[in-house]
Design a protein around this ligand. Structure first.
Ligand SMILES: NC(=O)c1ccc[n+]([C@@H]2O[C@H](COP(=O)([O-])OP(=O)(O)OC[C@H]3O[C@@H](n4cnc5c(N)ncnc54)[C@H](O)[C@@H]3O)[C@@H](O)[C@H]2O)c1
Length: 326
């Protein structure tokens, strides 16, 4: 397959490119990324430009560039990771989320339709379902109920993707995954932020009581699920992807404290995020039933690998910290 991977210099996108080079070395991967603060070519430094991999700097909002790339590289399918991804930034600066996460997806869909791209895979999130009271879990049929500008923009994109299928008969798929962790995650998100602060001896800021619950999945398991859906799922289908591993934020921080042998007194409770969802929880049985997917990396193993990676790659995150944040 010839794939256009958008946002491939970010956290999950770069892990996906590494995954695909191993799993499908015969594929051609074109990585289109605007290189915002979250995009980092150092994530792909070990991947040479060759007949099977090419990087292009540009935005998914650039219609003409998309048409050019799809024709030039005879693209069969688009996998869209490109997005603004941080909830806190969406609260302080929502408009860029509207541009990349909604208009960007509308542009990709329009170009995919007019150029005849066979499949469009949208990488979405469990946050589109909003907060789930325990013990409820969101299935793919659960109504969308997003809380933040980030999740509202992602939910809007999901609706545009489904509309493209119903209106134009476009071959689309949507995956909605829970929180990812692993190498190359920008240290503004919970796990890499806490690891970095722990390694630097800084305090560990936790929103509110820290009892909010998230479900965590090691990033390579997400990549495998996307690959399965991309190749095997029926047109128009939606799949939840979950680690079935729900933890409070405080439990995550205590895991990092234990593994780094640091003082729990470093925890500082700070004012809660506005509109902070209490709990995300997914039922991912459809993906298991239809395509045989299940998580392969346990939480203990995934956390061990992740903490080790941030310990071994201090240059990677220290370089990031020196760059101005938008
Ligand atoms: N991180 C998670 O836990 C998680 C969970 C579920 C779903 N997702 C979704 O997965 C996708 C990737 O998330 P991530 O954590 O890797 O994000 P990230 O912020 O690390 O990476 C996003 C990438 O998109 C690029 N980008 C942003 N706007 C762009 C534009 N207009 N044109 C081209 N490139 C652009 C950035 O430069 C960056 O490389 C997002 O769509 C996100 O909503 C993330």
């Amino acid at each position: 397959m010839h794939l256009l991977i958008t946002g491939g210099a970010g956290f999950i996108g770069s892990n996906f490119i590494h995954y695909m080079r191993q799993a499908h070395p015969e594929d051609t991967l074109i990585n289109l990324d605007a290189l915002t603060y979250a995009g980092n070519l150092a994530n792909l430094a070990d991947i040479p430009e060759d007949a099977h991999y090419h990087f292009v700097r540009g935005s998914i909002l650039n219609h003409d560039l998309l048409v050019h790339l799809i024709r030039e590289y005879r693209i069969d399918a688009i996998v869209n990771f490109a997005a603004e991804s941080h909830v806190d930034r969406s609260i302080s600066d929502p408009m860029v989320f509207i541009d990349s996460n909604i208009k960007g997806v509308a542009t990709l869909l329009d170009v995919a339709r007019t150029t005849g791209v066979r499949r469009f895979q949208q990488v979405s999130t469990d946050e589109v379902y909003g907060s789930m009271p325990a013990p409820q879990q969101a299935t793919e049929e659960t109504p969308l109920n997003p809380s933040s500008p980030y999740s509202a923009a992602k939910a809007s994109a999901d609706l545009l993707v489904l509309a493209a299928h119903r209106t134009y008969g476009q071959d689309v798929t949507i995956t909605r995954c829970s929180n990812n962790y692993g190498p190359y995650q920008y240290p503004e998100k919970l796990i890499p932020l806490m690891i970095q602060h722990g390694l630097e001896g800084k305090t560990l800021p936790v929103y509110g009581t820290g009892e909010n619950i998230r479900d965590w999945l090691y990033v390579s398991d997400h990549c495998w699920a996307i690959d399965l859906v991309l190749r095997k799922a029926a047109p128009g289908s939606i799949y939840n992807i979950s680690g079935h591993n729900e933890r409070t934020n405080l439990a995550i921080i205590h895991e990092i404290i234990t593994q780094l042998h640091i003082d729990p007194q470093l925890i500082r409770h700070v004012a809660d995020r506005p509109g902070h969802d209490w709990r995300y929880s997914l039922d991912a049985s459809k993906l298991h039933h239809d395509l045989g997917w299940q998580p392969t990396v346990s939480f203990a193993e995934g956390m061990h690998r992740t903490i080790q990676w941030y310990q071994d790659h201090q240059d990677w995150w220290r370089d990031l910290n020196q760059q101005p944040v938008r």
